[in-house]
Design a protein around this ligand. Sequence first.
Ligand SMILES: Nc1ncnc2c1ncn2[C@@H]1O[C@H](COP(=O)(O)OP(=O)(O)OP(=O)(O)O)[C@@H](O)[C@H]1O
Ligand SMILES: [Mg+2]
Length: 336
Amino acid sequence: MTAATLDRQTEATADHSSPALEAIDVSRTFNVGGGLFSQGKLLRAVENVNLRLRRGEVLGIVGESGSGKTTLSKMLLGLMRPTNGEIRIGGRSINGIGRPELSRLLQPIFQDPYSSLNPRKTIGQIIALPLQTHKSLSSANQTKAVEAMMAQVGLPPRLIHSYPSQLSGGQRQRVAIARALMIQPEILICDEPTSALDVSVQAQILNLLKDLRREFNLTYIFITHDLGILEYIADRVAVMYMGRIVELAPARQLLAEPRHPYSKALLGSVLTPNPHLDLPDLNLGRGFPDPLNPPTGCHFHPRCPQARPDCSTTAPTPKRDAQGLIECHLFDGEAA
Ligand SMILES: Nc1ncnc2c1ncn2[C@@H]1O[C@H](COP(=O)(O)OP(=O)(O)OP(=O)(O)O)[C@@H](O)[C@H]1O
Ligand SMILES: [Mg+2]
């Protein structure tokens, strides 16, 4: 199949009026700690998540370690099946989309590109790999396409014959981005793509992702611990806590005026000296609960400075309003 036929075929199947990416009531549980004679316990890593991304939109996802961000991103990438619910791309269920087309529609960029770059292949070979499965180009044209993409992501041409071990962390992340963009995906799912990099390189990679978004009208899911990054790159932000989206709002609004007590605690944490490391102590008195024994009622209530008696007995239901989504009893009286 030629590149042109593949492009036409994808064009024909993509419905551009549908959201680029949707999660509909998506949940994922894991059975953990089971042995030969014991059943194990159910860990709810992601619970009833609903998301709709418009084409060209950047949705940031933030939350403490263990809140379910990576599990959600694996389901959005089709690498893991939800226990319940459905993922849709361009209005079509992900279950009906074959692997080659899926990778043409959406590509991941992970935190540690080193582990996903084959140490025995040159940078040129690594970046060209998606072309070999998706487009039948002559080897001269492949080299041209690789050179053009390397220039686009700011990799010096001389690195085409180098191996991953000979590159800096920032250069390796650029290789991973170049490889992901080689077949012009519509959606990039970035899981902590800059957290392994030092601050100045982080800024360069963020600028690059921002420029590429404008150039290719890319849709991004951007997972990070760093709220400063979201302020820079995201249109909307979803805050996850124990597998649930507890608040979703336009980035500017959420960062200026968070509504959920958990979002407020996260935002307060940015004021610590090094927001680029991990999420620091949230000053909530208690740490993250055991996901195998989640608190009753609202999962956040034991740490919530504004908890009321009903928070420990009744789980709040998500409320959608003009500003987005909020799941907290404090907003019970407001428009559903
Ligand atoms: N394959 C698995 N088997 C059992 N439990 C899992 C598995 N994958 C994830 N979990 C559990 O699911 C929960 C969510 O994990 P996940 O990796 O999605 O969190 P995260 O938000 O990405 O965290 P981090 O910020 O540390 O990357 C955690 O309690 C984790 O231990
Ligand atoms: Mg993760």
